[in-house]
Design a protein around this ligand. Sequence first.
Ligand SMILES: Cc1cc2nc3c(=O)[nH]c(=O)nc-3n(C[C@H](O)[C@H](O)[C@H](O)COP(=O)(O)OP(=O)(O)OC[C@H]3O[C@@H](n4cnc5c(N)ncnc54)[C@H](O)[C@@H]3O)c2cc1C
Length: 460
Amino acid sequence: MKRIAIVGGGIAGLTAAYELSRLASSGVAVEATLFEASPRLGGIVETVREGGFVIECGPDAWVTEKPWARELAEELGLGDEIMPSNDATRKTYVLMDRQLKAMPDGMRMMVPSNLAALDHSDLFSAEAKRAYHDEVNRAAELKASPPQQDESVAEFVQRHFGTEVLEKIGAPLLRGVFGGDVAKLSVNAVMAPFVAMEREHGSLISAMQIRAAAKESNEDAVFTTLQSGLGTLVDRMIAAIPKAWIHLGTAIHSIARDGDSWNVKTSSTQEAFDAILIAAPVHVARTLLQPTDARAAELMEMDASSAVIVAFGFPEATEFSTPPGFGFLVPQDSGSRLLACTFVDQKFASRVPKNGKLVRAFFGGDAAERLMRCGNDEVASVARLELAPILGPLPEPQVTVVRRWPKSLPQYAVGHIERMKELDERLLKIPGLSLLGNGYRGVGLPDLIRDARTAARQIA
Ligand SMILES: Cc1cc2nc3c(=O)[nH]c(=O)nc-3n(C[C@H](O)[C@H](O)[C@H](O)COP(=O)(O)OP(=O)(O)OC[C@H]3O[C@@H](n4cnc5c(N)ncnc54)[C@H](O)[C@@H]3O)c2cc1C
């Protein structure tokens, strides 16, 4: 019987345990122990259901075009629960001069496919609009001279569209996903499809226009989720895993290679395993791996920023309205401490009781670091204070949920892909060890699920 230790029960570690349990039930001689430091599984994936509100404390959806989360949900019997975002009302706003200005239709991140819609937008200055139009004319030049090496997202976006586009939408879009400073984030790691578009077409706008023309009109929604919340994915996997495999409230303090096995220590126990999957956050994984391979640990050094989420559920929100759309982004230096806000009941159906409204505020960067030290009431009142000048005075909420996710958004800095390549090469020489989770090959749920299942199969 092959015995496998899994360190960390977020979506990555839990999916690995689920995959191993499937292999075990199909007759493969394998068993696992899932060590989770906190009292619950799911990590950043957590759904609170209260008073008819479905409140996501972490991720609220996966990107539809990546199939691996959907496949898992279907396999877990959740096919009927799979639901698209309300793309008929998809609109994102940007906070500018204390007002919400709509992003033009047909944008994919900061790249427009519809230049006529862009011309009618009051989000960008005449100069930024000119830079967009110009990018199409510079296609040959952009294609002929791509940088030979990785560059920052800031450099890439500036080369194509200039500083205003970078600051107004590029930076806030990426800060909410990769916790990053666009001047440090690797374009190859976080915007690979756009780099490929540049290689092929030079102009990103031309590439987007070709793509848009090729697509069917009944295009899939951009985001997909589960009706009862993503927490259901976690619950279903827990139900499928043998109870004896799960050890909650059990942090791993050290791991060491010992002959043919791995010696895995908690504060009070030690146990030998044939293989180990480390699915704890990258800063924890780095400390665990340091004594085994100092160079590998060095390659895993990366900044990670924190996130604070505050959700307000309003039951009879007749006197309070939000503009149509999914929510808004907040550029730095716009005078607000917010990073973004989602109008949850407009982004997804059936998240609120009748006439209800659900608003989710997102703090990142320095604001999140400061709020991390405050109590829930204080965090909630800061969120109300920041939302009121933008949305108008908020009524008293029926439900308030505050969540802090320290160091939850790892920053893939310039050179990330090369560092991960070297890390993978080193790991190949360490028998029975795999690294899973959001520090390496992507931060979105579909990527984490795909990688966890592949690693579990390989290690078994
Ligand atoms: C606010 C927010 C919103 C997001 N929104 C989206 C979204 O809409 N869509 C999307 O696809 N992605 C989204 N993401 C990204 C995605 O949620 C994360 O990348 C993903 O959930 C990370 O999963 P993980 O298993 O790698 O790590 P985690 O969820 O961090 O799990 C790691 C686990 O390891 C445990 N642990 C730590 N140390 C030890 C130890 N020593 N021993 C044992 N256990 C340990 C922790 O307690 C934790 O449970 C969002 C992230 C954040 C922060």
